[in-house]
Write a protein that binds this ligand. Structure first.
Ligand SMILES: N[C@@H](CCC(=O)N[C@@H](CS)C(=O)NCC(=O)O)C(=O)O
Length: 213
């Protein structure tokens, strides 16, 4: 099994955490998002993923894009341990939180959006930072409120789940983009806790073969 990814891509980070959690052996194939005009745009990669985004999972004849689709595929193929534990109510809450971060927040802060803001719309660095601060705050305020209702040791109850898989990379990105995080005590506490888990530690961007300093 191959995972095409980039060390500090949040969506690739999600897939790595899920693969590690399920103890699945895989080969990591780096796709540099900035070198050569972005290797994600090269024809060979676009044949695997016409969106020109990472990650892509290749499992024999199966070629999959979208990190959540990849994770659901892994979940079905390797159900134990599960990233969607519990009864329908709990699983619904897990999916909702995962989508809040992966479908609502991440697309607004993605590289191509930031590049478009800078290159086409000619926003200043300050305006771009304002954009990032705004969308992180919109998302994290609501996320914190949701955590008040559903969290325990982890995002939903006391079991590690897909919601935690999505939280970790988004917190990493927030720190990378110097977003203010002090207003989110639950987000911070859970992030701190899950970072100690071995399957999360090993998925950290700095530990990947394509990591740069
Ligand atoms: N919804 C997609 C998002 C994929 C995505 O946006 N990947 C980013 C890195 S986190 C990317 O490849 N960006 C390249 C670009 O913007 O050109 C997923 O979850 O897989």
């Amino acid at each position: 099994m191959e995972l095409y990814g980039y060390w500090r891509s949040s969506a690739s980070y999600r897939a790595r955490i899920a693969l590690n959690f399920k103890n699945i052996d895989y080969n990591y194939v780096p796709v540099h998002l900035l070198k050569d005009g972005g290797q994600q745009h090269q024809q060979a990669y676009r044949q695997l993923n016409p969106n020109g985004l990472v990650p892509t999972l290749v499992d024999g004849q199966v070629i999959l894009h979208q990190s959540l689709a990849i994770i659901e595929y892994l979940e079905e193929k390797y159900p134990d341990p599960s990233l969607l534990p519990g009864k329908p109510k709990q699983r619904g809450a897990i999916r909702a939180l995962a989508l809040d971060l992966s479908s609502e927040l991440q697309p607004l802060i993605n590289l191509r959006v930031q590049q478009y803001l800078k290159q086409q719309l000619k926003v200043t660095d300050e305006q771009k930072q304002e954009w990032l601060n705004h969308w992180f705050a919109e998302s994290f305020k609501a996320f914190e409120k949701n955590l008040e209702e559903v969290s325990g040791r982890y995002c939903v109850g006391d079991e590690f789940s897909l919601a935690d898989v999505c939280l970790v990379p988004q917190m990493y990105s927030a720190q990378r983009f110097a977003v203010e995080l002090k207003e989110y005590p639950l987000l911070n506490a859970i992030y701190e806790r899950v970072q100690e888990l071995p399957w999360v530690k090993d998925a950290h961007p700095a530990k990947q073969p394509d990591a740069e300093s």
